[in-house]
Design a protein around this ligand. Structure first.
Ligand code: SF4
Ligand code: SF4
Ligand code: FES
Length: 262
């Protein structure tokens, strides 16, 4: 069923008296569907609420849940753009609800959909954790070091150049929100594609001087169409990444390295 046909099923919104209020009257359209409920069907619901100063979509959704729709499903933990839980499609673009001000939209009608490409839990809640755990196992996103170089309680911590530590930190800022996965045409067409989040993880561990894996090892993991050679370089991932990770640079760099390793 297309989104446009779902929108056409919106419940008529109630009138809100503007006379003695200050903020705009917002209309939040939300895709409602709980696959756990037998017979439930995807449909759009419209909710109206008064915009307040500094209101984020996270605040708006909480107000809706508290005052209008207790069964509304969506995720959040940190409310500060750190945990990645509140990602959803906001007016057609993946983003974080807790970092999106309602005032950033000129038009007071905002449409929210769950992130595509992930298992739907219900309404705006998707299971990114299941995807990220499988990805972590696939790329083995932990330091691969020889046993002798493993840290011990009686050993001095291994030194690392501050510049290298800074570069690793830059790539380690991924919050696993899933926005890049939902924005990736390849990922949506090809279930087994590693996605930008997987490629940035590989770039991070490849950079780490403590990790013993070499490019031949990385080639075994990402040297095919499921990995770096499946990427179409359209960079939807970089456009939507809330942490502004350097996908373009890293994808181009690793593609060159993997060609050399082939
Ligand atoms: S550049 Fe590659 S990883 Fe990023 S959105 Fe496009 S196909 Fe996906
Ligand atoms: S790379 Fe960016 S968009 Fe993708 S999961 Fe990490 S923080 Fe989110
Ligand atoms: S609630 Fe944690 S990133 Fe939005």
């Amino acid at each position: 069923m297309s989104i446009s046909s779902l929108v056409s099923q919106q419940i008529p919104v109630s009138n809100v008296d503007d006379a003695d209020q200050h903020g705009r009257c917002l209309t939040i359209n939300v895709l409602r569907f709980n696959p756990q409920l037998s017979g439930d069907q995807p449909r759009m619901h419209s909710y109206q609420l008064r915009e307040t100063q500094g209101m984020t979509l996270f605040i708006a959704l909480n107000e809706i849940r508290e005052t209008q729709e207790p069964s509304l499903l969506f995720d959040f933990v940190c409310r500060a753009g750190i945990c990645g839980s509140c990602a959803m499609v906001i007016n057609g673009r993946p983003g974080l609800a807790c970092r999106t001000l309602t005032a950033s939209f000129d038009h007071p009608v905002i449409t929210l959909l769950p992130l595509p490409g992930f298992e739907l839990i219900g309404d705006l809640s998707v299971n990114t954790g299941k995807f990220m755990r499988a990805l972590s196992a696939q790329v083995e996103s932990w330091i691969h070091a020889e046993p002798a170089s493993q840290p011990g309680i009686d050993q001095i911590e291994a030194k690392m150049e501050p510049e290298l530590a800074e570069q690793i930190y830059e790539l380690d800022r991924c919050i696993e929100c899933g926005c890049c996965v939902s924005a990736c045409g390849t990922k949506l067409m090809r279930e087994d594609f590693i996605g930008a989040v997987g490629l940035i993880k590989v770039a991070r561990f490849r950079l780490d001087s403590r990790d013993q894996r070499r490019d031949a090892d990385w080639y075994d993991i990402i040297g095919d169409d499921q990995g770096i050679f499946g990427c179409m370089s359209l960079l939807g991932c970089e456009d939507v990444c809330p942490k502004e990770l350097p996908h373009q640079t890293q994808i181009a760099f690793m593609r060159r390295k993997m060609i050399a390793a082939s």
